[in-house]
Design a protein around this ligand. Structure first.
Ligand SMILES: [Zn+2]
Length: 125
């Protein structure tokens, strides 16, 4: 996937901050895009993408540097224990029904960098 495609996908997350640094954006199996996120809106978990007229797929989003976020409604401005949905349910909501989870959290970039192996000059078949 090229950076421009990834950036246009990420417009559903928030305001995309473009980077020309390919070492920052291209990370092997995924791409890193810097996005300004509105803390009052639910985090976007991913997007359905049409690769060709008869082929669709799902692109999942993960977030680095997530402070707290609500596992019930996916916003960043309160945590799960302070959520209105949770408080109003008076304990009836079950954690297995949470729509957001720690899987939204990406590993810190310093750890990711070490896992990336670049293969240069491979011509293919
Ligand atoms: Zn909430």
């Amino acid at each position: 996937m090229v950076t421009e495609t990834a950036e246009s996908l990420c417009k559903s997350v928030g305001r995309v901050i473009h980077s020309d640094d390919r070492s920052e954006t291209e990370c092997g199996e995924f791409m890193r895009i810097r996005v300004e996120v509105d803390a009052h809106k639910p985090l976007c978990r991913g997007r359905r993408v049409r690769f060709s007229p008869d082929r669709e797929g799902w692109v999942s989003f993960q977030y680095e540097r997530l402070p707290i976020f609500c596992h019930w409604c996916g916003v960043l401005n309160h945590d799960s224990k302070e959520c209105d949905l949770w408080l109003r349910s008076k304990g009836e909501l079950r954690t297995e029904n949470q729509e957001y989870g720690s899987w939204l959290r990406a590993d810190p970039p310093s750890l990711l960098r070490k896992k990336v192996v670049r293969v240069c000059g491979y011509g293919g078949p």
